[in-house]
Write a protein that binds this ligand. Structure first.
Ligand SMILES: NC(=O)c1ccc[n+]([C@@H]2O[C@H](COP(=O)([O-])OP(=O)(O)OC[C@H]3O[C@@H](n4cnc5c(N)ncnc54)[C@H](O)[C@@H]3O)[C@@H](O)[C@H]2O)c1
Length: 494
């Protein structure tokens, strides 16, 4: 296992997609250039390898996403068992596997209540996917590794730095293939942005990054445990204080890390991954400002959560080219502009998200990128000038009659006349992922298990640990109100 942040190896799938994943068919639609990926890429791109007998622990929302992503991989996986303390969840998951992943199932998928029982009784399991609440990741992955299994464990690695540290130690002790579920590491669009655009210097010196995950109240409401029966003794034995906390585990420190960990885990990780380093300092602020149990707009009490419902972080990185500052926010009271990351350099900027709507790269005035659009494998593609995706792509002409909101006088009018940047020149990343975003990451894991190669993993446990520390240290700032200065020891595991 590597001890440094490594340059992830593209999986067979992403290599294939880099080469062949797009068609330039600018005549096809009004959106200009369209980029299509063949779903058959999965089949053609993978190596013929032995089949790995896999089990899933945690049959909730993410467990199901992993199952669905795995269903797009034609060979290499055989589902043999599932475990969940909820009978309804494990039953439905086993059935889904038998029906929707039938090319990956022989006979029936065996169902277990606990991981302990599953690993004791079903001894042919070779790899375990863990998609339980975060506080179980460390003990469950240690248990599976100790029994000689390979492990794909969901992010966030753990709700505590100590838990994540123990996972690094368990990885070392038992030497199993151990992937953490930061799936952007295997996403060909992200790999393209990093390796072909940022590393090649198209953006010039990147001085700032920005990331956000904004989610409105409708998506942040507590989950009510309707008609779900779990034996209270089993719930207690599994570490839960109440059924309400079991359902809303993300918002309580005992089980999860709150929105900054749940959502920030993906995107703050991208600051580290894009620039292959870790930050030198962090300042963060946030709190439980809305979900405090007080009466809401309709008079009824709002949810009462323990972990901050909004956090804003400012990271400072020292890159070879100079200082880079990265701002991240997670908000749970507005869905404004969704989730994406932005990388801003003196020659250009890029905006990307797992959601393909954000896929633009902008040249600053004076940078001609036409040479990068040439040939069969262009680094960038151009939208026709008539296509404008975002408001900042529209040229500003002061000759045009101003909108009514500009009908002001005095100081405000003078401000409207101030110098503004020219409109940026919009380009697009020529890669589209038409499979589920987790599919390349699951495939990368399966290939690593087949090859018994730690180096093949795009997100090993050591790299993920550094991300976990980068994110969870925000809580130190929240406690002290002070800037946190990272030391090398923060990112090391003795
Ligand atoms: N990579 C991603 O994009 C992504 C997205 C969402 C969630 N996640 C991660 O996936 C994990 C699960 O999240 P989720 O949204 O599916 O949560 P969830 O609450 O929907 O599902 C959790 C499941 O685990 C089961 N479970 C709880 N305790 C258990 C135990 N002791 N033994 C066996 N099963 C147990 C629950 O019954 C439930 O079915 C979390 O770590 C989360 O951070 C990752």
């Amino acid at each position: 296992m590597s001890t440094e942040i490594t340059t992830p190896q593209p999986t067979g799938l992403s290599k294939f997609m880099d080469r062949r994943s797009f068609l330039r068919t600018s005549a096809v639609s009004g959106a200009g250039v369209y980029l299509a990926t063949s779903k058959g890429a999965i089949a053609q791109g993978e190596k013929a390898g032995r089949t790995i007998k896999c089990a899933l622990v945690g049959c909730g929302a993410q467990g199901d996403r992993l199952r669905a992503a795995a269903s797009q991989i034609n060979s290499g996986i055989q589902w043999v068992a599932v475990a969940d303390i909820r009978e309804d969840k494990r039953r439905v998951m086993a059935r889904y596997m038998e029906l929707q992943n039938k090319h990956q199932v022989t006979g029936q998928v065996t169902q277990f209540e606990t991981i302990e029982e599953m690993l004791d009784k079903q001894t042919d399991i070779e790899a375990v996917f863990i998609a339980t609440p975060d506080f179980l990741h460390a003990p469950f992955s240690r248990l599976a590794l100790s029994k000689g299994k390979s492990v794909y464990c969901e992010k966030m690695m753990s709700n505590t730095i100590e838990g994540a540290r123990d996972m690094v130690k368990a990885g070392r002790e038992f030497n199993g293939i151990f992937q953490i579920g930061h799936q952007r590491h295997s996403n060909p669009r992200y790999i393209h942005l990093r390796d072909k655009i940022i590393k090649k210097g198209l953006l010039g010196q990147v001085t700032h990054c920005y990331g956000q995950w904004n989610r409105g109240v409708s998506a942040s409401k507590p989950i009510a445990p309707k008609n779900v029966k779990i034996d209270p003794a089993l719930l207690t034995a599994s570490g839960y204080s109440s059924i309400e906390e079991f359902f809303n585990w993300r918002w309580f420190a005992k089980y999860g890390g709150g929105p900054i960990s749940d959502l920030g885990a993906h995107q703050i990780d991208m600051f580290n991954w894009m620039y292959e380093t870790t930050p030198v300092s962090l300042f963060a602020t946030g709190g439980v400002d809305y979900y405090d149990g007080a009466p809401g707009p309709d008079g009824s009490p709002k949810a009462k959560y323990e972990l901050p419902d909004n956090v804003m972080c400012l990271y400072e990185y020292k890159l070879p080219q100079g200082t880079m500052r990265a701002y991240y926010q997670v908000l749970t009271t507005t869905g404004s502009q969704g989730y994406y990351e932005k990388h801003m350099g003196v020659a250009g900027s890029a905006i990307i998200s797992e959601s393909p709507t954000y896929n633009q790269v902008y040249a600053e005035p004076g940078n001609d990128w036409s040479e990068f659009a040439a040939g069969d494998n262009p680094i960038l593609v151009k939208n026709p000038d008539s296509v404008k995706n975002k408001f900042w792509e529209h040229p500003r002409t002061w000759a045009k009659p101003p909108p009514k909101s500009f009908n002001v006088s005095g100081v405000a009018k003078a401000v409207a006349d101030a110098r503004e940047s020219k409109a940026l020149d919009p380009w697009e990343i020529p890669v589209i992922l038409e499979v589920y975003p987790h599919a390349p990451h699951v495939q990368n894991f399966v290939e690593a298990v087949q090859q018994k190669s730690h180096a093949h993993l795009t997100c090993n446990v050591v790299d993920a640990f550094k991300s976990c520390v980068t994110v969870l240290k925000a809580y130190d700032c929240l406690k002290t109100g002070q800037k946190y200065t990272f030391t090398p020891a923060d990112f090391e595991v003795a």
